[in-house]
Design a protein around this ligand. Structure first.
Ligand code: GLU
Length: 314
């Protein structure tokens, strides 16, 4: 059994990412899954210099560890090219004309809530598809999404029935920047790293269906079990982001807030009972129970921020 921590170095870890990683790590340690670290740095325009080191240092400062990796996606694109060759040969991917440029930029990244994704209809597929994958042009390659419902049981969110042909249509698998898209890279890496359990934010629930279709098209195994967890939001109900102030874990650490204070807040947000002032990752792991995790999103409030800062080392 194997899971992965898969941060994108598009910015520093904030409290929302930290909660998901902490829970993923704790479940893995409780159940004896191996943990692989993977740096998802293919979304190059959004990758921030220094973010990889910052994320690794922050995970370590919180007391998380892993057994393998990091695998850094950008270091070797050959496994993704190989997948593209297979998709093209089997008529499941095709060159998509530049004229749909408006929606292309979004396609490289992991989808985020609030970012509108256009449906790309099968009707726009070319009459004749190339059976050879090639690179170099200013165009994307899309997956010819089969029109079917994908059914799976999410280990946290329950039974799912998602029809990607309706929610997204033909999605990008290789971008005009000559890189695999998030969706393609994830399935290749989950398979080659032997990932059996995926724990992540529920903004990626819809993507799971796309990923299952891609895995089947490529004959990849194992089919992972998914756990899509609620997100952390600001008081305005929006997903935690810059507008909610500086909620980066490294900023709190830099201001003297101990990791144990941060974990105590994440624990309170994760259904761990008791009055918690400070907690280590190890203590969190012993106390956390997935069945007590609320399916409601968490709200990060100004009071939480004050509470963290009150815990600064004197
Ligand atoms: N790298 C993605 C993110 O940070 C997570 C992808 C995944 O877990 O599949 O949003």
């Amino acid at each position: 059994m194997r899971t992965r921590l898969a941060p994108s170095p598009t910015g520093a870890l904030h409290l929302g990412n930290a909660r998901t990683f902490l829970i993923n790590w704790a479940i893995a340690r409780q159940r004896g899954w191996r943990i692989v670290l993977r740096i998802e740095d293919l979304d190059t325009p959004r990758v921030k210099p220094g973010a990889v080191d910052g994320i690794v240092r922050t995970l370590e400062a919180l007391g998380l560890d892993w057994d393998e990796g990091p695998l850094i996606q950008s270091h070797d694109l050959e496994p993704y090219r190989d997948a593209m060759r297979r998709l093209a040969e089997s008529g499941m991917a095709y060159v998509s004309p530049e004229s749909r440029g408006q929606i292309e930029d979004l396609a490289a990244s992991a989808p985020q809530e609030g970012v509108h994704e256009s449906v790309f209809p099968a009707a726009l597929r070319p009459a004749r598809m190339d059976s050879q994958f090639y690179e170099g042009g200013e165009f994307n390659w899309r997956f010819a999404t089969p029109d079917e419902e994908v059914v799976f049981i999410d280990g946290f969110a329950g039974p799912q029935a998602i029809r990607p042909s309706r929610s997204i249509g033909d999605f990008v698998v290789w971008t005009k920047r000559q890189q695999p898209s998030y969706q393609l890279a994830v399935v290749i890496d989950d398979a080659r790293q032997g990932v059996t359990h995926v724990v992540r934010g529920n903004d990626l629930l819809d993507s799971a269906a796309r990923q299952l279709l891609l895995m089947r098209a490529l004959g990849l195994e194992p089919r992972p079990e998914y756990f899509h967890l609620p997100l952390v939001r600001g008081e305005d109900g929006k997903r935690l982001a810059k507008r909610h102030g500086d909620t980066r874990v490294e900023s709190y650490l830099g201001r003297g807030v101990p990791a144990e204070r941060l974990i105590a807040l994440l624990a309170r947000w994760s259904g761990v009972p008791g009055v918690l002032e400070r907690m280590t990752a190890g203590e969190f792991c012993r106390a956390f129970e997935l069945s007590r995790l609320s399916s409601e999103d968490v709200v990060f409030s100004a009071a939480d921020d004050r509470w963290l800062l009150e815990g600064r080392r004197g």
